[in-house]
Ligand binder design. Structure first.
Ligand code: FEO
Length: 394
């Protein structure tokens, strides 16, 4: 039980290891769904991923839920909305409560019919009898339609993806996080992977959340947060991650085919370290996208190291550049370090991919063959420039 007549009906997915065929899930995930039983009406808060439909239906049966009046759909993505049609089959009188943007998405994605919706406005309330649900729009928690719901009487804030984490837990053993050290990285990873490009909106949404009166945060992935201390913890984490502050840190993502680029990156890393710069380096042939995204949150500089393949950058380096482009980090400086055997155009290809970013592109270093003394000098010069640029930021 989450609160008085507020129940968890979600599903654990501890075995899942990838999301969107892109994001690694080292700790699995959950799809949280909740039932709120008011004295007159009953509301379901989001559903679960379609792969866990039966778990949701069984949980509703176990609670003897014979009537659902409202299905609150905070977000169109199918890991939360994907069972709405199934719930409507079981509870045909239910209305899908959502905003106009989400309604349009759900009609397109799930073919839910127009007459099934009850469209709400920002700040609107609906009564369940002895409980009141208030809806606050918090757009761009990675999609434009996202909003949160406050159960005013029970002081529970349902936030869907916002403030969540990909972290599986057994609801029978407890719903609430009880260890900040354990949840910190899953929450950060989750923020970095999907919310970090929208940090301006995230900051505004945090202001909205802070203006509300609640004791419990009930997200749609990962454990719930209960009590002032844990709520302050996750809100402060979001404030830090969404701030414009960067650290004296360089993120290096690189790939090497025959060892030249690896040697170059090793030397460059040592040169930066000697100048007091923190370095986080990832070999793209084995790297975890989530770890790169987390380091990108506060690295002042990002560097891509690549050999030349068929006149262009290695495809793994293109992936890294695309990831940086898509995540739109607050990184202030970007550059490329490359190697080639007989020719190619890796520098222009990669730097053009950063055209949507405000970061300054520092002069790249391009090495022919295995690195030689003059190349090491250029790498030292680049490391020196980065260290000076970082100092100037503070
Ligand atoms: Fe958990 Fe954006 O869906």
């Amino acid at each position: 039980m989450v609160a008085n007549d507020v129940y968890y009906v979600g599903a654990n997915d501890s075995e899942r290891r990838i999301f969107d065929q892109l994001i690694p899930l080292p700790d699995g995930t959950t799809y949280n769904s909740y039932i709120i039983k008011g004295s007159q009406k009953t509301a379901l808060i989001d559903t679960v991923d379609p792969t866990k439909k039966q778990v949701l239906i069984d949980n509703l049966k176990k609670l003897n839920i014979t009537k659902i009046d409202f299905i609150v759909a905070h977000h169109g993505e199918q890991d939360h909305s994907g069972c709405i049609s199934d719930v409507l089959n079981y509870y045909p009188m239910a209305k899908v409560v959502t905003n106009q943007k989400c309604k349009t998405e759900l009609m397109d994605l799930l073919l839910i019919k127009d007459e099934k919706f009850f469209v709400i406005e920002d700040g609107q309330e609906i009564s369940l009898g002895n409980k009141t649900l208030k809806f606050l729009f918090t757009p761009w928690v990675h999609w434009p339609e996202t909003f949160v719901t406050l159960d005013i009487e029970d002081k529970v804030l349902f936030t869907c993806d916002f403030l969540g984490s990909h972290f599986s837990f057994n609801s029978q053993e407890g719903l609430f996080t009880n260890d900040k050290d354990v949840i910190y990285e899953p929450a950060k990873r989750y923020y970095a992977e999907i919310m970090s490009p929208f940090r301006n909106n995230i900051r505004k949404n945090i202001d909205i959340v802070e203006s509300l009166n609640f004791d419990i945060i009930a997200p749609s992935h990962g454990p719930l947060y209960n009590g002032k201390d844990f709520i302050k913890f996750i809100i402060n984490c979001y404030k830090e991650w969404s701030s414009e502050e960067v650290k004296n840190k360089v993120l290096i993502t690189y790939v090497s085919m025959h060892g030249s680029t690896e040697k170059i990156i090793e030397y460059f890393t040592q040169s930066l370290l000697k100048k007091g710069v923190i370095v986080k380096s990832f070999d793209l042939s084995v790297a975890d996208v989530g770890e790169i995204a987390m380091e990108l949150l506060d690295s002042a500089t990002a560097v891509i190291g690549t050999p030349t393949v068929l006149t262009g950058p290695h495809p793994s380096a293109v992936f890294a550049a695309y990831l940086i482009r898509a995540l739109r980090p607050k990184t202030k400086f970007l550059t490329v370090i490359g190697s080639y055997g007989w020719g190619g155009k890796i520098i222009d290809f990669l730097t053009n991919m950063f055209s949507n970013l405000k970061a300054e592109i520092l002069d790249p270093v391009l090495v022919k063959g295995y690195p030689k003394d003059k190349d090491f000098d250029l790498l030292d010069e680049l490391a020196d420039k980065i260290a000076r640029k970082h100092k100037a930021l503070n």
